[in-house]
Design a protein around this ligand. Structure first.
Ligand code: PBG
Length: 319
């Protein structure tokens, strides 16, 4: 007679038959970088996450490596915003500086950079604004310049998150022309226009100053469109395909895992982190268990790689 509880009897048995395992190799930890020295600024909406100056980020990366971390995703902040995001692609901008410092100190640490203009523009949109509309084709060369500045500084992977059409093609072409043939592109191919990014915009000071991002980020109601977006980015030369947010979009992760052969990345975004933190601070949930359960669900859905603000905490525990 079938008795399913037989294999659930002890922890050893449960471990033996467990289908999904989280591994240190799966994780990417986001890091926020700011100008200045000796800065480690707390972020009100994301307890436990900080904005680091370059000297401090080296300590943060070192601590992350100590628990087995091997990859970080860098976001830059600037106090010199303008309408064309010049600090996004300046060669001596904050992210290139951070990349160089990290690579000098930890050459094997995998450096991934977010490529997007929103934290560098006065209007807070992800591209060049004309008549209150984000102009796709005028934005492409700026994104490409930004990706190139990161590649020149030593980034291993550039990750465009702007949702402009054809940016992967443009970035690939320009990287190749400058002989950065081995700089990979992790495309935020499937990025929904989501309220789950709220805490991040506080962290990165990147909220749109008018309107919203619905003319470029995807409508959360759409699934087939995700396949269209992802297939297009594959055709343009993306090396990895990201779905973002993660927890509310497991069906999308699962579909893309079936349909594509590239590695699938799930970005468990700021709102996912902050909701757990807030409830945990009120002692309404068990933080450790809920974190592992949600991250496991992303992997079970098909994610090969997970970007999470909990990466460092989790690595400490699954070692
Ligand atoms: C930049 C960008 C955003 C996030 C990653 N890259 C914000 C946005 O699109 O508004 C969100 C990350 C998070 O919420 O953790 N465009």
């Amino acid at each position: 007679m079938n008795r399913f509880r037989r294999l659930r009897k002890t922890e050893t048995l449960r471990r033996l038959v467990r289908e999904t395992q989280l591994s240190a190799d799966d994780f990417i930890q986001p890091f926020f970088v700011v100008e200045g020295r000796h800065k480690k600024e707390a972020i009100a909406s994301m307890p436990g996450i900080y904005r680091y100056s370059v000297d401090e980020i080296l300590k943060a990366v070192e601590a992350y490596q100590k628990v087995g971390g091997q990859a970080g995703l860098l976001f830059g902040l600037t106090n010199k915003k303008d309408s064309t995001a010049s600090q996004a692609y300046a060669k001596n901008a904050i992210v290139p500086k951070a990349i160089k410092a990290i690579k000098k100190e930890f050459p094997d640490f995998l450096v991934i950079t977010d490529v997007c203009l929103c934290a560098y523009t006065t209007h807070g949109h992800c591209g060049v604004v004309q008549n209150k509309y984000v102009d796709n084709d005028k934005t492409l060369p700026l994104l490409s310049k930004m990706a190139l500045a990161h590649a020149e500084a030593g980034a291993d992977i550039v990750a465009p998150s702007d949702m402009m059409d054809y940016r992967v093609a443009q970035i690939r072409e320009d990287l190749d022309r400058k002989s950065f043939i081995n700089t990979a592109i992790m495309s935020y191919a499937v990025k929904y226009s989501s309220a789950f990014y709220g805490p991040f915009r506080d962290a990165a000071d990147s909220s749109p100053q008018f309107g919203d991002r619905k003319t470029y980020q995807m409508d959360p109601a759409n699934k087939r469109e995700a396949l269209k977006e992802a297939q297009q980015d594959v055709a343009e030369g993306a090396d990895l395909i990201m779905v973002k947010p993660a927890l509310a979009y497991l069906d999308i992760i699962s579909m893309l895992k079936q349909e594509l052969t590239l590695p699938i990345v799930a970005y468990s975004v700021s709102g996912e982190y902050s909701m757990i933190k807030a409830a945990a601070q009120k002692k309404w949930i068990n933080e450790k268990d809920i974190v592992l359960e949600s991250l496991t669900s992303m992997k079970r859905a098909g994610a090969d790689i997970i970007i999470s603000y909990y990466a460092q905490d989790v690595l400490r525990r699954i070692k």
